[in-house]
Write a protein that binds this ligand. Structure first.
Ligand code: ZN
Length: 197
């Protein structure tokens, strides 16, 4: 019923995370309806991201330079290294503005069921970085999931015997949340990681 180009656009939108067939159709009709310059601005933004943005050669954060802003910032504490799964985790941890150390982005987590092994992540580069750096602390900030914990454990084993102290993020009830509504994993972590009052 639809032209080949429209069908193709719907198919491409439908591949995006969180976009079902109906939303994909809505987006495609939106593109058809808007002015040509607006639609081409979207195409151009996608092209620009793919052509200009790549991984920082040191920490694998996203950047348009060889090294990302954090790695280039002389004010960052070079004795602390925080290990995260994805660039979006780094952005989340930067929000409070309380951490001033460096990062290492793994670009995923070890997930045997999805066929993702340690060699597909940036773990080798991390180990080299830690061995060659002046870090005093390596903070494991992988997600508190089975796979995130497994990845953190794997890395801590690899780093055992190197000088930096290895820590992990404290866990527990989000401040402002109510115990009753916390899920059981969060509660279990909160109990296990309890601190002296
Ligand atoms: Zn960097």
């Amino acid at each position: 019923m639809l032209s080949e180009s429209v069908t193709k656009l719907i198919d491409e939108f439908a591949k995006l995370p969180g976009i079902g067939k109906k939303s994909a159709e809505r987006l495609a009709y939106h593109v058809l309806r808007v002015h040509q310059s607006e639609a081409l601005a979207l195409a151009e933004a996608i092209r620009s991201v793919k052509e200009n943005v790549h991984y920082c050669r040191t920490c694998y954060n996203l950047t348009e330079q060889e090294e990302c802003e954090i790695c280039r910032d002389p004010k960052r504490d070079r004795t602390q290294l925080c290990v995260v799964e994805q660039p979006r985790d780094l952005i989340a941890l930067e929000q409070p503005g309380t951490y001033h150390g460096l990062y290492h982005v793994l670009l995923g987590r070890i997930a045997p069921l999805d066929g993702i092994g340690p060699e597909q992540l940036t773990i080798e580069a991390l180990v080299e970085r830690v061995k060659g750096g002046e870090f005093r602390e390596v903070i494991m900030a992988t997600n508190p999931t089975l796979e995130g914990d497994g990845t953190a454990l794997y890395i801590s084993n690899l780093l055992a015997g190197t000088p930096p102290v290895i820590t992990r993020l404290a866990r527990g009830i989000t401040s402002g949340s109510v115990l009753e509504f916390a899920n059981k994993e969060i509660l279990a972590d909160a109990l296990e990681g309890r601190q002296k009052f």
